[in-house]
Design a binder for this molecule. Structure first.
Ligand SMILES: [Zn+2]
Length: 224
């Protein structure tokens, strides 16, 4: 897992209008999904908020219209993976091939991701070097909703609220990845609006990430 040293600020630079106060970054992994991504998009539209989606490249190829919708709504698109496998269970060469094919496929859709969140956020000792080789910035999270477990939206909001604040990066899912203990992303859809409201009550405006947003992040530590 990415481990953020305790007490160490992320110092993420925000991308929104400086007059709006601090930024907060909502992120969604494991999509695009033909059922859940549109519902998450609608929830974000109603909340007038933008977010960042770390996509699974073969799904992006399969559902290019969803990628267009993400882009036209002002959301950022980062890379998750092609195969959803822990880097610690792959060779460096396998991961390089995975990233290379993903970037080529996304390029055909007109996307050149600069942000990367590998499966489960698990890094091998060489993941950071691979990221650098491909010009990708690794993106951790600081607030985990654990939405894949199937908790309800109210519970998730209460659990993560203490970790919300300026430059927080909130992890959610708009698709059902391997290991998901739920049958759909309904509670993530239900969480989006109240989460945006809670963030704003803390003076934080949700913003889509770009590579500059995370250049000041502490280097994620590799899994041992
Ligand atoms: Zn994932």
């Amino acid at each position: 897992m990415f481990r953020i040293p305790e007490g160490k600020s992320l110092k993420a630079r925000r991308t929104g209008d400086a007059s709006n106060g601090s930024g907060i970054f909502l992120t969604f992994d494991d999509g695009p999904d033909p059922i859940w991504t549109p519902r998450v998009l609608e929830a974000l539209r109603l909340a007038d908020a933008t977010a960042t989606f770390f996509v699974i490249a073969p799904l992006a190829v399969r559902f290019p219209r969803l990628i267009s919708e993400l882009r036209s709504a002002g959301h950022a698109i980062g890379l998750h993976c092609a195969r959803h496998v822990r880097h610690t269970d792959m060779t460096r060469q396998e991961v390089e091939a995975d990233v290379g094919s993903s970037l080529r496929n996304l390029e055909r859709l007109g996307i050149t991701p600069r942000l990367w969140r590998p499966p489960w956020g698990i890094l091998a000792p060489w993941t950071a070097a691979v990221a650098e080789d491909f010009g990708l910035t690794l993106v951790p999270w600081t607030a985990d909703t654990h939405d894949w477990r199937g908790d309800n939206a109210q519970t998730m909001l209460e659990v993560i609220s203490p970790t919300l604040g300026p430059d927080a990066i909130v992890l959610m899912h708009d698709g059902l990845g391997p290991g998901a203990r739920r049958v759909g992303c309904e509670e993530t859809v239900r969480l989006a609006g109240p989460l945006v409201e809670r963030a704003r009550s803390l003076g934080c405006e949700p913003a889509a990430m770009n590579a500059d947003t995370v250049t000041a992040l502490p280097a994620p530590k590799a899994a041992s």
